[in-house]
Design a protein around this ligand. Structure first.
Ligand code: TPP
Ligand code: MG
Length: 352
């Protein structure tokens, strides 16, 4: 768990550096080696490591728009995940998904930029496991800002009524972008929601990886043994902005300082030292984790960019291009010879 957490933290710190390259001075979100938004999970590591330590590759995990720590803990291929984040062709989704859309069927991992979107598919995976008679479980990670979403609440209900092997994990970092949780929900903590669905609701009040591990043990075992779902909330801390480039003007300085002070990785290192693990050994683990991250980033940056012609592959519908109204002319009106046949068939070839 320590190695996983160190790797996850180092990964986010390195991605932050890479991301900011070329984006200044006027913060151009599309510039630099990682185009688009980037939500980093520094400060959330204990939740991912403590829960995923109980999982096998066959178990399903769905994560959020802030997915890297969970993906690393679940064992997603770090090189292909990094290539995806850098928008490269050998990425998990051929560079078309980006950092919020990582899918690794080898270890049954998925995530989404639509908040609470992961809960229904996790319930689906749990239902499939039950119908197939396996002992696989599913885990749905969401943020505390998503606990009032209909998809999440309906997922709790279906999981409870059918006793499905699923664990709902709420990562409570106190904020949903700039919105403090006290302004959007009246329950003191997300675990209380479980009572309305007659399932156990457990909250780990501080991001102690060992406490998360123990709470997750009970929840995962309960699911594996056919005894139904659990809702587990873990207090975590957002050490960075909501996304890279967030100036956090809404956030009190004390809150930022507190998040930095309460470091779950340091806490776990202290626990390990108390258990007699030597500093040398901790250094070795850290070095190994850092090396793995550096190798993945180096590898990803050497990967080819996708060919623009591949943009229309792997899509359900060929997106319409900019429409140019012509007086009855059809087909390839821009003369570049690449008229997508579906588009032309759908609109009669009359406009492009
Ligand atoms: C359905 C939906 N509504 C709104 C958004 C915009 N949005 C992106 S992240 C976010 C807040 C998420 O907060 P939380 O669930 O607490 O996760 P955190 O960012 O704190 O990890 C919102 C509202 C979205 N992506 N999806
Ligand atoms: Mg949050």
């Amino acid at each position: 768990m320590y190695e996983t957490m160190v790797a996850a933290r180092h990964y986010e710190e390195r991605l932050q550096e890479e991301y900011l390259e070329g984006k200044q001075p006027a913060f151009d979100i599309s510039a630099g080696p990682i185009p688009g938004e980037l939500h980093l999970a520094a400060g959330h590591e204990a939740a991912a490591a403590g829960v995923c330590a109980h999982l096998r590759p066959e178990d399903t995990v769905t994560a959020t728009h802030r997915p890297h720590h969970v993906a690393i803990a679940k064992g997603v291929d770090l090189q292909r995940m990094t290539a995806e984040i850098f928008g490269r062709r050998t990425g998990l989704c051929k560079g078309k998904g980006g950092h919020m859309h990582l899918f690794d069927p080898e270890v049954n991992f998925a995530c989404s930029g639509i908040i609470a979107q992961g809960s229904p598919p996790a319930v689906g995976a749990a239902l499939a496991a039950k119908k197939r008679g396996t002992t696989d479980v599913a885990v749905s990670f969401i943020g505390e800002g998503a606990i009032d979403q209909g998809g999440f609440l309906e997922s709790l209900n279906l999981a409870a009524v059918q006793d499905l092997p699923v664990v709902f994990v709420v990562e409570d970092n106190d904020w949903a972008i700039s919105m403090p949780k006290s302004r959007v929900t009246d329950v003191e903590n997300g675990a209380q929601r479980a009572a309305g669905f007659d399932m156990p609701g457990v909250r780990v009040d501080y991001d102690d990886a060992v406490a998360v591990y123990e709470a997750a043990h009970d929840a995962v075992e309960r699911a594996r043994n056919g005894n139904g779902p659990t809702l587990l909330e873990v207090q975590v801390h957002r050490r960075m902005g909501h996304f890279m480039g967030d100036a956090e003007g809404y956030r009190p300085d004390e809150d930022v300082e507190r998040a930095k002070r309460l470091d779950s990785i340091e806490r776990l290192a202290d626990d390990l030292r108390e258990e007699g693990i030597a500093d040398d050994e901790l250094d070795e683990i850290r070095a190994r984790a850092h090396e793995r991250v550096e190798e993945a980033i180096e590898w990803a940056k050497e990967q080819p960019e996708p060919d623009p012609d591949e943009a229309y592959e792997d899509v359900f519908v060929t997106p319409p291009r900019a429409q140019v109204v012509t007086d009855g002319g059809g087909g390839d009106t821009d003369g570049d010879g690449d008229t997508p046949p579906e588009t032309d068939a759908a609109n009669g070839g009359a406009d492009r």
